[in-house]
Design a protein around this ligand. Structure first.
Ligand code: G1P
Ligand code: ZN
Length: 539
């Protein structure tokens, strides 16, 4: 075999965002683009020489090509063991688990999450470090710096390997194992949940449906729900991963999983429905006639999780990203649990998880998970909810109403303004940033601002600091408004406006958010300044 050193020139745009590097397929597929980024990772993670690497992705267009490139570059960089999911497929949580379980030195996860796929779609690459967590900011910054001065990369001259069949082979001194990417993950789930109780729940006539949206969770959901838990074939929908996700937008929310939502709002709805996204880390939870908002799902899981086998010792602590609803805080306060508020992005939970300070964490963007992996986990959330329904013997709407009656209810919405010119988005956020310090004490429609700032976070474990993580205007416990710019887009800017209103005694008043939306417009001028009459997506 020959190792080649290929001359290259830097690409100026390889700065990772909220969750890795995301670009259009056409960008990633141009000569040297992926190679440069991968080279920068190898140069900054020297443990990979002589170490173990996990590789897999969500099966989107270009996944197969990228997997072969990474294998050839890994061999050229002296990796001695490579674990690849069959077909190059691994869900994000399954990849995180494999890195942990195999004590690997890192993993490449190829995904642009819920962004559309296909030739015209998006591609993405994340690097997960030893322990399974997403690369921390210090590492992504170092990788980015390296990309800016690269003049060569190393790659082995290899014919593409057969990754469609499981098995191990020796490739130039490197052990390459193609594994069934589902088994280890499915085994992990059996240690966390009471499969017997869930099987009985299904056998006694309860129904659950899971929509894999033609993305990566299909094989995982089939194995666990149908083969292991005995659900009927019809329980898993859109179960075959397709390179273009069937032309869809696999984002499990009220818009993109609209058909499932309609079904759950109609007569004869199943007892539980869930959907996941492109790479399997997001989840949406629905009951008959009920959309359970991610913030409520997180808070309710915090209240029930210790009834499930993997969590019987109790929760060590909980965390939410800053814009996520404060419903979690109320449960944590009553239960005496430490509750952390972190910036948007799963990577900020990882230090707390590694330090044993957290058992459960989540984000408003349909992300929930526990200390079992270092990523959010869509199927885990669906299984957790099936298990909670099975052990409580109550329906999801019953549990939700009981929860709100006890803790009060946090009404919540996220308004996304997409496709904005970068300059417009910056003008709006800059204007609010300039104003926040003057807002405390001001009153809007009867709500008094108690605090307002540009959110900054100091990691309690390693002292690292993240600044400019979203502008927040807090009205005591009663309400909150947050504005931030998305860090996952591949084109124009997206502004996200997060609205929250807490009602202690009223649990059927969705309209109470309207007033908060109007206050937000008064304070941010978002609609006026962007020239938009309304948001593109409300979740
Ligand atoms: C979005 C979500 C964030 C999530 C990320 C990756 O990031 O808001 O919670 O961690 O996707 O799935 P954003 O586009 O807002 O930066
Ligand atoms: Zn995702």
């Amino acid at each position: 075999m020959s190792i080649r050193e290929i001359p290259t020139t830097p690409f100026p745009d390889q700065k990772p965002g909220t969750a890795g590097l995301r670009k259009k397929v056409a960008t990633v597929a141009q000569p040297h683009y992926l190679e440069n980024f991968v080279e920068a990772v190898f140069r900054n993670v020297p443990e990979l020489r002589g170490g173990t690497l996990v590789v897999g992705g969500d099966g989107r267009h270009h996944n197969d090509v990228a997997v072969q490139t990474i294998i050839a570059m890994a061999i050229a960089h002296g990796v001695t063991r490579i674990i690849v999911g069959r077909n190059g497929w691994l869900s994000t949580p399954a990849a995180s688990h494999l890195v942990r379980h195999l004590d690997a030195d890192g993993g490449f996860v190829l995904t642009a999450s819920h962004n559309p796929a296909g030739v015209e779609g998006d591609f993405g690459i994340k690097f997960n470090i030893r322990g399974g967590g997403q690369a921390p900011q210090s590492l992504t910054d170092a990788i980015h710096r390296t990309t800016l001065s690269l003049d060569r990369y190393r790659i082995a001259d290899l014919a593409p390997l057969d990754i469609g069949t499981t098995g191990e082979r020796d490739v130039e001194g490197c052990r390459v194992a193609v594994i069934d990417g589902v088994s280890d993950y499915a085994d992990l789930m059996t240690t966390l949940f009471d499969f017997d109780a869930v099987r009985d729940w299904l056998r006694s006539g309860h129904r659950m449906v899971f929509d894999a949206m033609h993305a990566i969770t299909g094989p995982y959901a089939r194995r666990i729900l149908i083969e292991q838990l005995g659900a009927p074939e019809s329980a898993v929908r859109n179960a075959t991963p397709l390179p273009d996700f069937n032309g869809g937008h696999p984002d499990p929310n009220l818009i993109h999983a609209g058909a499932l939502v309609d079904e759950m709002m109609g007569n004869g709805a199943p007892d539980l429905a869930a959907a996941s996204d492109g790479d399997g880390d997001r989840n949406m939870i629905l009951g008959p006639g009920l959309f359970l908002s991610p913030g409520d799902s997180l808070a309710m899981l915090a209240a029930h999780l210790d009834r499930l086998p993997g969590y019987r010792d109790g929760l060590r602590g909980v965390a939410r990203s800053m814009p996520t609803s404060r419903a979690l805080d109320v449960v944590a306060a009553e239960r005496g649990l430490p509750c952390h508020e972190t910036p948007t992005g799963w990577k900020y939970f990882c230090n707390l998880l590694d330090a044993g300070r957290l058992t459960l964490c989540g984000e408003e963007s349909f992300g929930t998970s526990s200390s079992h992996v270092r990523e959010k986990d869509g199927l885990w959330a669906a299984l957790a909810w099936m298990n909670v329904l099975a052990v409580t013997g109550r329906s999801l709407p019953e549990l939700a109403r009981a929860h709100w009656a006890h803790y009060g209810r946090h009404y919540y919405q996220r308004h996304d303004y997409e496709g904005l010119p970068e300059a417009t988005a910056d003008r709006i956020t800059d204007a609010l940033r300039d104003r926040v310090a003057s807002l405390p004490g001001c009153e809007f429609a009867g709500l008094r601002v108690t605090a307002a700032d540009d959110f900054a976070y100091t990691d309690p474990v390693d002292g690292s600091r993240a600044e400019h993580q979203g502008l927040r205007v807090v009205f005591g416990d009663a309400a909150r408004i947050v504005l931030r710019k998305s860090g996952t887009g591949t084109g124009d800017a997206t502004l996200r406006l997060y609205l929250e209103r807490y009602r202690r005694d009223v649990i059927d008043d969705a309209a109470c958010l309207d007033a908060v939306a109007e206050i937000a417009e008064t304070i941010t001028g978002l609609r006026a300044e962007s020239g938009r009459a309304q948001p593109d997506v409300v979740t």
